[in-house]
Design a protein around this ligand. Structure first.
Ligand code: 5AD
Ligand code: FES
Length: 348
């Protein structure tokens, strides 16, 4: 029965649901022709919703200080080789102003879990950005926060929040994080974000250490039930100064396949072709778009700090300026027949 996986992909497209056993079959038995089959469907689904438009989001990586010690992450607190930096409020604002000139209408403020930026301080930064650029969306990606903090930042005008769940399997979660971090708190944050009216992003690394097909089936079931407005998926890439330095990279092909499956499952989801995907292959982001992704998030951080925000080895774009990344993306999209869209690009 060579068509088993393709039939299940058709079923997913029709019903927007697969049972756990069916997910296990798809994720455990797919081959290259199934991947291409899913990519063709995903691309058509994406085109039906978004046309040939790709949304861009400018990421400002404003601090690499982190109180956490995630085993996979290059900016974990135990990494004594990381040169730590923090941007001032004015510097963050300036990055957004620069981005606005280049046509960005969404700014993503991302950092490690740095306690020196209180919720109040972030709320002030968000209101300043919103005041300067009322036509823009502000997305936060600051790690886990408490309900009242998330509420304060939401009231200040933050529209969206990215918090990858990393894995929907609690046992797996424990193997990726130290014991002072908990799966239940991460999931609670995601619930809080939704209930506060944020457009909420979840997501995973593909091929993170100890990930199994069972874990991925849990992730797909989680996406189906939680229905995030955004999904961030990239391959795991090792960082030399972490406990996972000798672990293998995640699979490029499996990452593309999962992007397609997410697009088919949730046709309207905002799905970036991630920087990690562009790092594992020179044309990874283009292939991500051709597999159903519809968002690209170029860097808006000052070039001086880019090399310091190294979550994994080999990260691309650390030598380039913001306008270079912007034109690079434009040219890459044009080459594959897509166009960069200048609007907020909300989930609808
Ligand atoms: N490889 C790939 N992605 C990583 N991230 C963190 N470390 C790595 C790594 N070594 C991802 C995590 C996090 C996001 C900001 O970056 O999924 O949520
Ligand atoms: Fe900072 Fe993981 S090391 S959130």
């Amino acid at each position: 029965m060579g068509d088993k996986v393709k039939k299940l992909i058709d079923k997913l497209n029709k019903n927007k649901h697969l049972d756990r056993e069916e997910w296990l079959t798809v994720l455990g038995e797919w081959d290259e022709s199934d991947r291409e089959y899913a990519a063709d469907i995903a691309r058509a689904v994406s085109e039906g919703v978004f046309g040939k438009k790709i949304y861009i989001r400018g990421i400002v990586e404003f601090s690499n200080v982190c109180k956490n010690d995630c085993l996979y992450c290059g900016i974990r607190r135990s990494n004594k080789n990381a040169q730590r930096y923090r941007l001032t409020d004015d510097e963050i604002l300036m990055c957004c102003d620069e981005g606005y000139e280049y046509g960005f209408r969404t700014f993503v403020l991302q950092s490690g879990e740095d306690l020196s930026y209180s919720a109040k301080r972030i709320a002030d930064i968000v209101s300043r950005i919103k005041k300067a650029h009322p036509d823009c969306a502000v997305t936060l990606s600051l790690g886990e926060k408490e309900y009242d903090e998330l509420k304060l930042m939401r009231q200040a005008g933050a529209d969206r929040y990215l918090l990858r769940h990393e894995t929907a399997n609690e046992e797996h979660y424990k193997k990726l994080h130290p014991s002072d971090m908990s799966f239940s708190h991460r999931m609670k944050c995601l619930e809080d974000l939704k209930s506060l009216g944020y457009q909420t992003g979840a997501g995973i690394m593909v091929g993170s250490p100890y990930q199994t097909i069972d874990c991925l089936a849990d992730d797909m079931a989680f996406f189906e039930s939680f229905r995030p407005e955004m999904i961030g998926i990239g391959p795991f890439l090792p960082h030399k100064d972490t406990p996972f330095c000798d672990e293998p990279k995640g699979s490029y092909e499996l990452t593309l396949f999962l992007l397609s499956l997410c697009r088919i499952l949730l046709p309207r989801v905002l799905l970036p072709a991630t920087t990690a995907l562009g790092t594992i292959r020179p044309n990874g982001r283009e292939q991500g778009v051709l597999s159903g992704a519809n968002v690209i998030m170029p860097n808006l951080s000052p070039t001086a700090v880019r090399k310091k925000y190294m979550l994994y080895d080999g990260k691309i774009c650390t030598e380039d300026s913001s306008d270079e990344c912007r034109s690079c993306i434009q040219a890459r999209m044009k080459r594959i027949g897509y166009e960069v869209e200048i609007s907020r690009g909300d989930f609808k």
